[in-house]
Design a protein. Structure first.
Lengths: 287, 385
């Protein structure tokens, strides 16, 4: 009984690593650039296909291909910013949303066009390896994903709070015009932030390709959950992403294990959490 | 210029009055592997039909639309095919949820449907009174008879007694789950776990943890190809020790055979490319010639048989009159890669094609799908534990 409970907590915790990785990129885009990127899930999907492509075409292991995918997506994110996002930054929010929603549809359909709707799986030698933790066991890929997510998030926080680039990012996030007045190249900061957000999505995509598969719709679920996480954390609040991911991952695992028919309900958890968070905030605001 | 216009006019005239078949398939979404396999089957059949003179003296035309494995996308696509493209017959159909959603428009437009998939019992209920609904795929209860028969064999020969069931929460997985559990219990099995999951979510950690605590001999799952790898991964990673992992997705992920995670997992198929039947060997040869490879997905030959039998029925009827074509299609008696195709009553519909006798159980062994049950078709003994 206790073993099942501990294994459930462990499952939830490990799942939250992937959620945190996807959500941190989205939080960066929302928090620094100030744009709600509806195509973030599709950026994850592109990362998954890059991983699959590198493995099948060149035989590159996904973990080794991870920096390549991140670099490619950084460049892709930068290009997307330059060509599209930059031009709607001062436009009404609806225009921004329509733009990123359009990007999402475009990317998904391009993937369908080039790769078809098939599920692409990766055959990695460590796919079935498990690490025993006493009576419990953890899949090596999931553990690696969790550790990598923790390291990358720690790195991201370090950059944000201990480097001049991070200070510039936080300054731009707080006051764009004020930052420009004190000499910060706001456009460059936006480009870097959006590029890093895209690279984080790619890293998540690579890990998802190992844990699950690559398909044109693989990013959709993770994109939705990332929205739930940044709503819980507070829009643009990067430090809140980690605990919100853990809350979502562990809640889902507990519902799956202890609620009868919980497997069907677990995906409703994030809607419930969004609802509770928003209602709670509005009550607090009213007082 | 005048020559070109004349050629265009002649080409248009040659196609005027051609029989048109609308094909609705999941080319994207959870059932896309089946949908794409079926698309190839239709293209192969179309080539053969038109090489042999077409239908009613004209080349047969097919219009393929993607239903996205989603009712919301399927209904407008169906209505477009019927009302804008004005197809004479509808074919295709893989997902049960999609097909249930189509039952309304099908009644509204009195559409002739030669349907290849959609095995869930609610589909049978939805089309029970439809005089133009021909269903080729065995219903879920036929599938289940085949599965139960194999599990009983495992009980006799290997002592398998405890079953864990994981099923997706759509109509494909959920319909009839209570009957499934009752039938297992009646056959003397202990159903130690019954858990539902959301297809495509990939989050099987808690289900596998619960299964580990329940100690099943057989882990039986009903879902789609998107669930195969995440579930197999989780089972291996958590070290769930089961006698047999058995899944019944309509199709498996592309290249799953070559993935070490698939090793010893078993499943159900209406057809395997290694089938010794002549019609099957002919199909495999024609498929290889056209596409340069061999498919393992049974929806490819099923779609092929679907269009071939429909075209033959229209030719025999001598017109596209629905009643005449239905009467001729009902008389079908043709050799197919699955064995003989005839239509007879099922529990609720008038025209049911294949039934339980066509199922084969296979196991992923040495990078291939190897038939293991029924014993008379087995190429190697089933590997248990």
């Amino acid at each position: 009984m206790l073993e099942l409970f501990l294994q459930t907590l462990l499952n939830g915790l490990l799942q939250s690593g992937i959620y945190a990785l996807v959500a941190s990129g989205l939080a960066l885009a929302v928090g620094v650039v100030g744009i709600v990127n509806f195509a973030h899930g599709e950026f994850v999907m592109v990362g998954a296909f890059l991983s699959w492509g590198l493995m099948t075409a060149l035989g590159v292991d996904p973990l080794l291909g991870l920096p390549i995918a991140a670099l490619v997506m950084f460049a892709f994110g930068g290009l997307t910013y330059r060509l599209t996002i930059r031009h709607v930054l001062i436009a009404p929010e609806l225009n921004q949303m329509l733009l990123t929603f359009g990007l999402s549809i475009l990317l998904q359909n391009l993937a369908l066009l080039f790769f078809g709707g098939n599920t692409r799986t990766l055959n990695v030698p460590y796919g079935a390896v498990s690490v025993p933790l006493g009576e419990l066991s953890v899949g090596l890929p999931k553990l690696l994903a969790f550790v990598l997510a923790a390291v990358l998030l720690a790195g991201l926080y370090f950059v944000l709070y201990r480097t001049s680039l991070g200070r510039m990012m936080r300054a731009v996030a707080q006051n764009r015009r004020g930052s420009a007045l004190i000499g910060i190249d706001v456009d460059r900061v936006y480009l870097i932030a959006f590029g890093v957000a895209s690279a984080l999505a790619a890293v998540a995509g690579v890990l998802i390709s190992v844990l699950l598969f690559a398909s044109p719709t693989v990013g959709l679920v993770f994109g939705l959950k990332a929205f739930a996480i940044i709503v819980m954390a507070g829009l643009g609040n990067l430090t809140g992403v980690l605990w919100a991911s853990v809350v979502l991952g562990v809640s889902e695992a507990l519902v799956q294990t202890y609620v009868p028919g919980g497997g069907g309900w677990s995906d409703a958890v994030f809607f419930l959490l969004i609802f509770v968070t928003l209602v709670g905030r509005s009550w607090r605001g009213a007082r | 210029m005048r020559k070109l216009a004349l050629m265009g006019a002649m080409l248009a005239l040659s196609h005027a009055g051609a029989v048109k078949v609308g094909v609705l398939l999941p080319l994207s979404g959870p059932s896309s592997v089946s949908g794409q396999a079926a698309q190839n089957g239709y293209r192969l059949a179309l080539d053969e039909i038109n090489r042999a003179g077409g239908v009613l003296g004209k080349p047969l035309e097919i219009e393929i639309e993607d239903d996205g494995s989603a009712p919301a996308k399927a209904v407008p696509a169906f209505v477009k095919l019927v009302t804008v493209d004005k197809v004479d017959f509808m074919a295709g159909g893989v997902s049960s949820a999609v097909t249930i959603a189509l039952s309304g428009p099908a009644k509204q437009y009195d559409t002739f449907m030669a349907w290849i998939g959609a095995a869930a019992v609610p589909v049978e209920d939805a089309f029970a009174d439809n005089p133009y609904f021909f269903h080729y795929h065995p219903w879920a209860y036929y599938n289940f008879e085949a599965i139960l028969d194999m599990f009983k064999y495992l009980k006799r020969s290997k002592g398998a007694k405890n079953i864990a069931i994981a099923y997706e929460d759509g109509p494909f997985g959920s319909a009839g789950i209570n009957d499934t559990v009752a039938a297992f219990k009646k056959a003397g099995f202990n159903v130690v776990l019954t858990e539902k999951f959301k297809t495509g979510s990939g989050n099987f950690g808690p289900i596998v943890s619960k299964a580990k605590a329940a100690k099943p001999d057989i882990f039986y799952w009903v879902g789609y190809d998107t669930d195969a790898q995440p579930l197999a991964t989780e089972i291996k990673q958590q070290g769930l020790n089961v006698g047999l992992l058995y899944g019944t997705p309509p199709s498996w992920p592309v290249g799953f055979e070559k993935n070490s995670l698939s090793d010893r997992e078993a499943g159900l198929s209406l057809w395997l490319s290694s089938s010794p039947l002549k019609a099957s060997r002919d199909f495999v040869a024609a498929y290889r010639k056209k596409f340069g490879n061999v498919t393992e997905e049974y929806f490819a030959p099923l779609a092929y048989v679907n269009l071939m039998s429909l075209a033959a029925a229209v030719n025999r009827a001598g017109s596209t009159d629905k009643d005449k074509v239905a009467a001729e299609l009902a008389k079908t008696n043709m050799d197919t890669p699955f064995g003989k195709l005839t239509f007879s009553k099922s529990n609720k519909i008038k025209y049911q094609g294949f039934k339980g006798e066509n199922w084969l159980h296979f196991q992923f062994l040495n990078d291939a799908r190897v038939p293991v049950y029924p014993i008379k078709f087995a190429k190697t003994p089933l590997v248990y534990r």
